[in-house]
Design a protein around this ligand. Structure first.
Ligand code: 13P
Length: 253
């Protein structure tokens, strides 16, 4: 039995730390009572401490949106895993915005995955194809390749603890979510790749999320898919009530 996992990726929102703390408190009130799902919010790094404080005593976990793989040093603007471990349980890695806007490569993402695991953080490893890649018939290959690269050098014991997020780039922030059929098909591709890399027992255990324009309106149909174990929610996680409705859909699927 895989426990549903629903995470809110707040991206560079809300604009102030005070608002982030308030959103965290509102989210805790809205989803605190929804048992049966791992619930996570991923605020901007500057707000991690305030959000962690606002969530003290709540079952809602805190995640970071990125980190660097080196332990310390001259990496202006970056954060090391050890700076997150006291505040966070998990960290989003390889989000398509990091890959597309900030040039992150599969090798770089892989180094981060390994560093996060070594520090005891759960990586939320994001993979997904662009519209061009899908139109060219390459969506499955992209997901397989990014997973093989992102999980390179990871042991089976660690791999089962990685949370995989299938996020098609064309569905992110567009209001055009993947159909439940595509979400299922691609989550199954991701799980199949975990089976190929680490064996079928690992594939049975690993959680695969869908992300891209998840909303209260489409969450139930996506949650009903057998290989989709949760969601990585962008815009809708900025409204506590919407995030709660999505979380409830996955918790009761
Ligand atoms: P939206 O839910 O806003 O489409 O964002 C999805 C996403 O990128 C989550 O990481």
């Amino acid at each position: 039995m895989r426990i549903p996992f629903v995470a809110g990726n707040w991206k560079m929102n809300p604009p102030t730390i005070a608002e982030a703390a308030a959103l965290a408190s509102d989210t805790a009130s809205a989803v605190g009572g929804i048992a049966g799902a791992t619930r996570v919010v991923c605020p901007p790094s500057a707000a991690l401490q305030a959000v962690a404080r606002a969530l003290e005593g709540s079952p809602v976990e805190v995640g970071a949106q990125n980190m660097h793989h080196e332990a310390k040093g001259a990496f202006t603007g970056e954060l090391a895993a050890s700076m997150l471990t006291g505040l966070c349980s998990c960290v989003i890695l390889g989000h398509s915005e990091r890959r597309q806007l900030f040039g992150e490569t599969d090798d770089f993402v892989n180094a981060k995955v390994r560093a996060a695991l070594a520090a005891g953080l759960t990586p939320i490893l994001c993979v997904g194809e662009t519209l061009d890649e899908r139109d060219a018939g390459g969506a499955e290959e992209v997901v397989r390749r990014r997973l093989a690269a992102g999980l390179d050098g990871v042991g089976t014991g660690d791999a089962v603890g990685v949370v995989i997020a299938y996020e098609p780039v064309w569905a992110i922030g567009t209001g055009r979510a993947a159909t439940p059929e595509i979400a299922q098909e691609m989550a199954a591709v991701a799980r199949g790749q975990v089976a190929a890399l680490f064996g079928s027992a690992a594939a049975d255990e690993v959680r695969v999320l869908y992300g891209g324009s998840v909303s209260p309106g489409n969450a139930a149909s996506i949650a009903a898919q057998p290989d989709v174990d949760g969601a990585l929610v962008g815009g809708a996680s900025l409204a506590a009530g919407d995030f709660a409705a999505i979380t409830q859909a996955f918790a009761s699927a």
